[in-house]
Design a protein around this ligand. Structure first.
Ligand SMILES: [Zn+2]
Length: 251
């Protein structure tokens, strides 16, 4: 009798273990981040592949799946290259871009593109994409990124909210973001913002994880270590993840 009860308990425990394992695989699948260079990023999640601002050589992307979705933030060469984009997309790829980028597209790219303005939201195959404003605040930098032209994005995939800042300063629309799991935040002068401004904004919206990206400036590369220190001193709960965004450079 005792043996039968023990066996039953064992069967129940093993079944429970399998259910837990199954649940953890189906619900909490990780989003893998592949830094390509500067702003160009890949997100891999199950069978879904999202490219953000793919520029550079098409061969940099050769080891990765072709994209289901491509998001473009702005018109500049480090975010949008029609030739590279044309080489990377496939039959079923959807592209999301602001109007200013669409205006510079070939007809073939335009045919795959949905135009999203600041503040608008779109759903594609269960992925929600919200366009967040991105623009400069410093007087001397206002011409780099005028308000309304480019899009940052909040992508919601499998209940994870992922923010890409695009090229911006520490604007109110970033500071007031809520429930961000992963944040990709730019910092480079003279085009976007200082490490201190970026840290200040990140502390304001407190994402679970922050990835400094787009930090090659002119003439200097931003000091991402000082960004990390500022965050950790103020809120150690925010995890700063430093990936190599410039694999072909010394920094
Ligand atoms: Zn840029």
């Amino acid at each position: 009798m005792k043996n039968i009860l023990l066996t039953r308990k064992l069967v129940v425990l093993i079944s429970f273990g399998f259910i837990c394992l199954w649940n953890s695989n189906s619900i909490a699948q990780e989003v893998e981040v592949i830094p390509i260079e500067h702003a160009s990023t890949l997100l891999l999640h199950g069978n879904t592949t999202i490219y953000i601002d793919p520029v550079g050589e098409a061969e940099w992307y050769a080891n990765y799946p072709t994209p289901n979705l491509v998001l473009i933030t702005d018109i500049h060469w480090d975010h949008f290259n029609p030739k590279t984009l044309g080489a990377l997309i496939k039959e079923g790829t959807s592209i999301i871009a602001p109007q200013a980028v669409a205006d510079k597209m070939t007809p073939a790219l335009l045919a795959k593109t949905s135009i999203l303005a600041n503040g608008a939201v779109m759903n594609i195959n269960g992925i929600s994409i919200e366009a967040i404003p991105m623009y400069n605040l410093r007087e001397e930098a206002l011409d780099f990124h005028t308000k309304g032209r480019g899009n940052g994005y909040v992508i919601t995939v499998d209940q994870k909210r992922i923010y890409f800042s695009g090229d911006t300063e520490d604007i109110e629309e970033m500071r007031s973001l809520k429930n961000i799991d992963m944040a990709f935040v730019c910092m480079n002068l003279p085009y976007t913002m200082t490490e201190a401004s970026a840290a200040d904004a990140v502390i304001a919206f407190s994402p679970k994880k922050v990835y400094p990206y787009h930090y090659r400036g002119k003439p200097n590369v931003s000091d991402v270590a000082s960004f990390k220190n500022l965050i950790e001193k103020s809120n150690a709960k925010i995890e700063v993840i430093q990936l190599d965004w410039y694999p072909r450079d010394q920094f």
